[in-house]
Design a protein around this ligand. Structure first.
Ligand SMILES: [Zn+2]
Length: 66
């Protein structure tokens, strides 16, 4: 699905960091930890939001009703 807007544990906004994180880590093959530090995601509760996210919205949307 889409990345949650805020961290489940502390409430920091993480939704706006997904696009850059995904591009840099999965396309540019940069180190995940360094990208998270550049994005100023320091707490591990927020880091897990980005590291563990699987973007399924484009697959699931095919099964939605009109
Ligand atoms: Zn957090």
């Amino acid at each position: 699905m889409m990345i949650p807007i805020r961290c489940f544990s502390c409430g920091q906004v993480v939704g706006d960091k997904w696009e850059e994180y995904n591009t840099r880590v999965n396309q540019n093959k940069e180190d995940s930890g360094k990208v998270l530090e550049d994005l100023k995601v320091s707490r591990y509760c927020c880091r897990r939001m980005l590291v563990s996210h699987v973007d399924l919205i484009d697959d699931v949307i095919n099964y939605s009703r009109k």
